[in-house]
Design a protein around this ligand. Sequence first.
Ligand code: ATR
Length: 297
Amino acid sequence: MRLWGQFRTKISGRTKVCCVIGDPIEHTLSPVIHNAAFEELNLDFVYLAFRVRREELRDAIAGAKSLDIHGLNVTMPHKTAVMEHLDEIDSTSRSIGAVNTILNAGGRLVGYITDGVGAINALKENGVGLEGKKMLLLGAGGAGKAIAFNLAQEVEELKILNRTTQKAKELAEVLRKKFNKKVSGNSLSSELLKNELEEADILVNATSVGMHPDVHQSLVDPSWLRPDLCVMDLIYNPLETKLAKDAKSMGAKVVSGIEMLVYQGAASFEIWTNHPAPVKVMKQAVLNKLSELGTLS
Ligand code: ATR
């Protein structure tokens, strides 16, 4: 096994720099995931994290350009605000109104969003086919919206439930028009959730319910879950949410938030390097880090 120290000594004047910007940023797992991948493929790249405050975003992006930073991930609170500072934005990002990945293409900064692709690949690579499936999505916030865009194109039917009903309805209308698919939006009441779940093949939780420190919360009563259901929870802290635990104990297939985290990172990696991402290595690196931090449940 190569050691991080050896990797660091390889940094030279030719090394390409990638980074994540956000605020707060000190708990980000992205450097662990990407540096493991660069090292595995012996690519002359390094990945760092920078805290960028809201009022410094413009300067930070101009600085990234001047310093010829090759690629950036963008996280809270800059995913939407960063768009006005870029030279080009891909069409999915534009529709969603958020960017999480930037490629510096010869001095032109191009924005992408990889959350949706990450969710789709996490499902597919875990053996969950999407064609002909009925999907129930809980949440129409930033993450919910991003994955709804990609998932609506793949599944037979998408139902979106959100605490703020209007957001679910508006998102559903945009997707219906854009992709000419069966998409509906409604309120996240227990009654609706229970009824809609009876019809669903795949359930995705894109709300923050169940996230640390509220680890004993779940929107879904365990008795509503079935063995022939697939459940994906986007939350990875805790590594196994109450929803995921309940689904597992009911015999349902579970795809964890770590999968989504790794696959959206993998999609960014491929945009920057044009190499297939070493997904297994990326996943192992993040699991090792979480175990080191004592976060594994
Ligand atoms: P993210 O970028 O992680 O998606 P977000 O945009 O703040 O974060 O979205 C959080 C999601 O969790 C939203 O769908 C939110 O519902 P609202 O749109 O009504 O705010 C949902 N959410 C948060 N707390 C919730 C709760 N207690 N019950 C149900 N949904 C909740």
